[in-house]
Design a protein around this ligand. Sequence first.
Ligand code: ADQ
Length: 734
Amino acid sequence: MERRLLIVSNRLPVKAVWKGDELKLRASEGGLATGLGSACKDMDYLWIGWPGAEIREPEIIQELDQQLGERNLIAVYLTQTEINDFYEGFSNETLWPLYHYFPSYTIYNNENWNSYVKVNRKFAEAVAHEATADDIIWIHDYQLALVPSMVRERMPDATIGFFQHIPFPAFEIFRLLPWRKEILEGMLGADLIGFHTLDDAGHFVDTASHLLDLDIASNNLQFEERLVQVDAFPMGIDYQKYQNLATSESTARNVAKLRKMVGSQKLMISVDRLDYTKGIPQRLLAFQYMLEHYPEFRENISFLQLVVPSRDHVPQYKVFKDEIDKLVSSINARFSTIGWTPIYYFYRSFPINLLSAVYRTADIALVTPMRDGMNLVSKEFVASKPDRTGVLVLSEMAGAAKELLQAIQVNPNDLLNLVDAMVRAIRLPEEEQKANMELMQQVVAKFDIHHWVDLFLRTLLEVKSRQEEQYTRLITPSLGTSILERYENANNRLIILDYDGTLVPFHQNILQAFPDESLRALLDKLVSDPKNRVAIISGRSHLHLENWFRDLPADFFAEHGAWYKPPRGSWKLTANLRAEWKPAIRNIMETFTEKTPGSSMEEKSFSLAWHYRSVTGEIGELRARELCNNLKLFSADHGLQVLCGKKVVEVKNIEINKGNSVKQLLLDHSYDFIMAVGDDTTDEEMFRILPETAITIKVAGRSSAAAYFVKSFKEVRMILEKFSSVREPAFIGK
Ligand code: ADQ
């Protein structure tokens, strides 16, 4: 990657720690710092983040800035109040519990929210200060969800990626948040939004569809003028590093020491940050239950639980730590014997070579979070097993469960399931262990941290170039002028217009989308120019069009071309059409109308349409998909076409389509100016059929056969307005 990468995360990969009077730099704990740090070391990067402590003295700040600068790190300093309100408050007492499905732990506090906004702005300012137009800006995690849009305000063309390392909850949970819209819009400042799993990405898209008025096509969202992609990028680890460490001499020495400590018993391990989402008490209770009910395992197995201190200023974490302390002591007090300790418990950070020895020695790793974005410990364990023995027990609530399919997967809420998994793991034959481990190692090795960084950044650049393509096809003022010039210079013009969504906005009630005064006046002016032929091609019934445009001398095609009316002529059918299929389709559509409140059916002469614009929530899209699938089965055998358009599902005879209507307009005529405008999938047929010289314009859409885009019907009207005010050039010479 030639462009510089600007990483932005709440914490820097190192933290400043006071050692007496001296400030020292230490590696930060946690998945993000560990993972991303090693992936970026060979890149041109700058990392912006908080150094992990309150520092006020200007001389110390200056010295720290220099030390950090040597490592390409830029500090954002936070005051103690900001640490309390933004970090420990809003980030860790509001977003963290809510996103991990602990709504009862969630605190909603306006002061904390204000601080969150303020600190996010601080980060955005630091980014804008450091970033050049060419940088790739990659913002990380829930603490900084507003930063993407705040940077976008300052740098509208910036390349911005956002990755959320923790789960994104289902809409029903997310909607509890009083600041839900602000958070969503904040994230949508990015061009690419990544999560660990497809479930999380899906929740985000679904939530956006509920809370914002967006144009969504699978995982592509059109937010304001920008295309934003939402996708899953399961984070990996530095596989090679863990493999190498596992076979290193220092690890071998530490393995020997560990073995001496635990003796010949089997060793079961867990490695977590202190957090109620990690399922530590549940796991301890399951271990206790196992010792109670499977006495044969007493003195034969020990459990080593490492907990790295984290957020211990947050009250919930203090209470939680006490709970673990008590559980460990009570289990040990109850079961220990002279030569055997059931649980070894360490509450501190471990250097990586010691962690490696723990993984290498372990027979079983219990990774049983209640909920986890990914969980890197499970992958580190797999990578630290060169001889491929060892069993992973993994919670199905961790993102990693989607990849590590050969682990024994458990529901951490189910005590007996946990116990059963432990017992199975202890008894699993070595051959099976090896076969499982091999498959998991293949996955972890292939989808490592380098792959993750590379894939995310590559996708981000792809989104950028897709946006670029959109922008170049967007009708800018200068492009508008050149279209107008072509119009002025032409003598034989054809202007083809779709109706709904193109000339008028959509309405909840289809009957309300009638032409307003100004549209009537505009069309009147256009048709009054003898050089113009104006055609309206709509999916509407001919009765609607007749009602609205009775006196307008234009060409009209109704029902996608089933009916035609020439200027000043009368309606006639364009083909010999069949309608004997209607009762069967009507039946199906009626069932859907009955079970979907807010939906309605429209019957036209040769088509049936099911409208769901007034259906609330995602149920409309869901039912529409179901209906389309049902109808497609039936339609294929009956020469029918199913159109799944904007908030409407329509069935019609296959022979009628807007393309054929356009063919009819082109017949026996030669035009020196053709323009066609439409917004729906049905309009694609006319865009495709027109010659390359035609000006084809898609309204409010993305992928299209049309050459150009405009954002809304208002711009279509503006173009037509300009056309209609073109005067006949003064006739010179006579
Ligand atoms: P975390 O919640 O921090 O990360 P995790 O992915 O398990 O969770 O990463 C923990 C990291 O800390 C691991 O690299 C581990 O080695 C290290 N660690 C744990 N205990 C330690 C100890 N006692 N001493 C030293 N190091 C220790 C968040 C999300 C996760 C997501 C990551 C990455 O909550 O779901 O996987 O980000 O996106």
